[in-house]
Design a protein around this ligand. Structure first.
Ligand code: CIR
Length: 274
């Protein structure tokens, strides 16, 4: 079983991205692309096969592939993003995921962003946020229940997504901004709180026992290192201007690459970047 990371190149139009909690700042597309390639390289160094999809210049936020699907070992759910401008991204990811998983879809009036779905073991916590609603959560519960997953809804009010406020830093350890989410709501074992001066620091991506983590949060980084967590630092400063972080730039899935079926018979699109 290999680990596959699906990513998508940075759209030339990323400067027109959705913004909820940040002021718009100019984004240097070349710099953002270089940072994104370094992120992909970090995934490769950690043993992932990176399926890097071409940029979609008409969809400014399409680099943030996490939001358009929830991928489990048993099934992939293609979401219906809360932001209308992002809805066409779902149709772009569906054929890619169909090569790896049976698909299901969130239907109207449901909305769901993958950034609102935190998996801890067999439980999926879903942020009821500006992007993900009760219907989307209910549909997700019906789709994953038969595969042995429980779904628990959690209110998210002060930040974009649930995973802006909390991610898993290591097995049984969550990294959390307690000002944005009450860690007690997540019933996790060990809790590491972000440094109070770094509210956006709760988003890290665990891969192969390491934590891919933004360079821009040095104080929280020190806390994580002191807790014995091995970090892989990445500079995502340009993507952060688009309200992105590290979980949002990939979809991770276990795959038997040798036997998986590709509908179009083509090889991996690793080198098909725009
Ligand atoms: C948006 O507002 O949808 C994008 N500008 C940022 C999405 C980031 N996604 C994520 O953290 N899961």
């Amino acid at each position: 079983m290999s680990l596959v990371a699906i990513t998508r190149g940075v759209a030339a139009s990323i400067g027109a991205c959705e913004l909820t909690h940040l002021e718009r700042q100019a984004i240097d597309v070349d710099h953002a692309r270089a940072q994104h390639r370094a992120y992909e390289a970090a995934l490769e160094r950690l043993g992932c096969h990176v399926e890097s999809l071409p940029a979609l210049d008409s969809l400014p936020d399409s680099v943030f592939v996490e939001d358009v699907a929830v991928v489990l070992d048993e099934i992939a759910i293609v979401t219906r993003p809360g932001a209308e401008s992002r809805r066409p991204e779902a149709a772009e990811i569906a054929p890619v995921l169909a090569a790896y998983r049976t698909l299901a879809f969130i239907e109207p009036p449901g909305t769901l962003d993958g950034g609102d779905v935190l998996r801890l073991g067999r439980r999926l916590y879903v942020g009821l946020s500006a992007r993900s609603n009760e219907s989307g959560t209910r549909q997700l519960r019906e789709l994953v229940g038969p595969h042995g997953y429980d779904v628990t809804a959690v209110r998210v009010e002060s930040c974009l997504h649930l995973k802006s406020a909390v991610t898993e830093a290591a097995p049984g350890v969550i990294l959390v901004n307690p000002g944005w989410i009450d860690p007690a709501a997540l019933g996790a074992g060990r809790v590491i709180e972000v440094d109070p001066g770094e509210p956006g620091a709760a988003n890290g991506l665990t891969v192969a026992g390491r934590l891919i983590y933004p360079m821009s949060f040095p104080r929280t980084r020190r806390k994580l290192e002191d807790a014995g967590i091995e970090l892989v630092p990445v500079d995502v400063s340009e993507l952060q201007k688009a309200e992105g972080a590290v979980t949002c730039c990939s979809l991770l899935l276990g795959s038997d690459l040798k036997t998986r079926h590709r509908g179009d018979g083509s090889p991996s699109r690793r080198d098909a970047r725009a």
